[in-house]
Design a protein around this ligand. Structure first.
Ligand SMILES: [Zn+2]
Length: 301
C-alpha cells in the first residue's frame, strides 16, 4: 500500500506520471495510432523472445517454449498471481499446500492459460505488446527453500515461466531458506526470473533516510549481480509498502517495473511502478482462482 499524499500533490504526480509514460512510450519506439491507443499487432506472431536459444540468454532470464499455434493478441488485462510459502502449515492461509498449487497449475494448463515472463509483462504494460492468449504472470515472494524444492521442479514440469522475488540477505539462513548455489542453479536453468525483494524485507516507507532506502534496493541488486550475474530490473515492495521516494530510488537503481500487494490486474498503460497483484493462498477456492484470472474487481476472501 502506498503512503498517500494530499490530493493536490497526488494530482500533480498523476500529471507528471502521465507525461513520463508518454515519453517512455516515445523512447521505447511505441507504435500507436493517432489517439495514442496501442494497435493490436497481428495475431499469431511469435515474438523473438519466445523462441530465443538459451545460449544467448543472461543468467536469471526465463525462456518460454510455446507452440507455433499459440495466438498472440493484446488482452484487456493480465493477472499477476502472488504466492509465498508452499507447505502444510495450518493456521496461515498464505502458506499454500503443494497439492493446491498443483490443482491450480493443472487448471491453468487445462484451460489454455499461458504464463508469461516479467519482460513480456513489461512490454505489454509499457508498449501494448501482444501476449499469448489467456496470459497470466506467476510470482513467488521472499525466497523460501520450498521455492527451490517444490516450485522450481513443478514449474519445469508444466513448462511455466515464473518469477521469484528474493530477499537477498536471507539467503543461506538456517530456517527454510535456500542457498546461493541453489539460486545459481535456478538462474542458469532459464526457467525462472530472479528479482529484487530488497536486502532485509523492511517496510520501505518507514526507513528514516533516503540512504537507507537506497541501501535496501541497490544492495539487493548488487547481490543479484555479484552472486548470480543478474542485471536485475524488476522489484516487489515488501508488504506492498512504498512511497514516492521509494519509486524514485528504484528508478535511479535501474529498476524498470515494480509490483505491489494491492488487489487487481495489470493493463496497457498501467504505471509500471504500481502494478497490482492477485493474492493466492489456501483460502482461494478454484472458483475464486478462476475469477482472479479474469476479473479486475474479483470478490475478496
Ligand atoms: Zn515479502
Amino acid at each position: 500500500m502506498k503512503i498517500s499524499l494530499k490530493s493536490w500533490q497526488k494530482a500533480a504526480l498523476v500529471a507528471a506520471a502521465a507525461l513520463l509514460s508518454v515519453s517512455c512510450f516515445a523512447l521505447d519506439g511505441f507504435s500507436g495510432n493517432a489517439a495514442g491507443k496501442p494497435e493490436a499487432v497481428a495475431a499469431s506472431t511469435v515474438p523473438a523472445a519466445a523462441s530465443k536459444s538459451t545460449a544467448a540468454l543472461k543468467p536469471g532470464e526465463a525462456v518460454v517454449h510455446r507452440g507455433p499455434d499459440v495466438k498472440y493478441t493484446v488482452p484487456e488485462g493480465v493477472s499477476i498471481l502472488m504466492y509465498h510459502m508452499i507447505g502444510n502449515q495450518s493456521g496461515n492461509a498464505a502458506i499454500m499446500s503443494e497439492a493446491n498449487l498443483r490443482i491450480q497449475m493443472n487448471y491453468l494448463r487445462d484451460h489454455g492459460y499461458h504464463p508469461i515472463t516479467m519482460k513480456e509483462l513489461y512490454d505489454y504494460v509499457t508498449k501494448g505488446a501482444p501476449l499469448p492468449e489467456k496470459p497470466v504472470c506467476i510470482t513467488f515472494d521472499d525466497g523460501y527453500l520450498d521455492s527451490y524444492t517444490v516450485v522450481y521442479p513443478l514449474m519445469k514440469e508444466y513448462g511455466f515461466p515464473w518469477t521469484l522475488f528474493l530477499v537477498t540477505d536471507d539467503v543461506g539462513k538456517p530456517y527454510n531458506r535456500m542457498t546461493w548455489d541453489q539460486l545459481r542453479e535456478m538462474a542458469n536453468s532459464h526457467t525462472v526470473t530472479i528479482a529484487n525483494h530488497t536486502l532485509s524485507h523492511p517496510k520501505l516507507h518507514n526507513l528514516k533516510t533516503r540512504a537507507e532506502k537506497e541501501r535496501e534496493i541497490v544492495g539487493a541488486n548488487q547481490a543479484l549481480k555479484y552472486q548470480l550475474g543478474i542485471d536485475n530490473v524488476w522489484l516487489a515492495y515488501p508488504y506492498g509498502d512504498y512511497d514516492d521516494e521509494v519509486i524514485d530510488v528504484c528508478k535511479k537503481a535501474g529498476i524498470k517495473m515494480a509490483v505491489t500487494t494491492d488487489a487487481g490486474r495489470a493493463h496497457v498503460g498501467s504505471y509500471p511502478f504500481e502494478l497490482k497483484r492477485a493474492y493466492i493462498g489456501n483460502d482461494i477456492s478454484l472458483a475464486r482462482f478462476s475469477e482472479r484470472l479474469s476479473k479486475d474487481n474479483y470478490s475478496t476472501v
